[in-house]
Each structure stands twice: as structure tokens, then as C-alpha cells.
Write a new protein. Sequence first.
Length: 94
Amino acid sequence: MAVMFLRCKVKNYAQWKQSFDEANPISTEAGITDTTIHQDLEFPNVVTVCKHFEDAGMAKAYAAQFKSEEVQEAVKQGGAIEPIITWVAKVDEA
């Protein structure tokens, strides 16, 4: 199992969250099994999105989409105001 993390700063968390909910349903086609959103306690407009995958290859492929100008622009239209940082990690069950 693997997780793709996406971190960015948004203009307004509530507006960004609404846009995220409308544009980002959990997609089984992409191999996503779960999505969680984490809002920074000290800086509430900084968010980290975690998308869980059964397969690390699927997570890497999904994360690679965020390097395209088209996806970067769409995310900015959704309220992101700083560059989007993505990374993928292997999940080690405790």
C-alpha cells in the first residue's frame, strides 16, 4: 500500500474544501482507496491531502499528474495559492 501526499496553501479553507469535494471524488479507477484532508492547526489555510492506494505504481502515476501545467492551473482555480508539493510513501503497517 502507498499514500500520495499533497500539501499546499489555500486562499480560504472553506471555499477550497467545497471546490475539492466537488472536483475530487474518491476514484476507484485511479486506484484510490481512501482520501483524508488535514488542516494545519497553526496555519488553517495550509492543507495536506492524503490519497491512499493499493499499489505504489498507481500512487506515483497519480502524483505525476500534478506536475502538468493543466492540473496546476485547475488546482489554483480551486483556491491553491502556493506551489503544490506532492510525494509518495510506502505504508508500513504497525
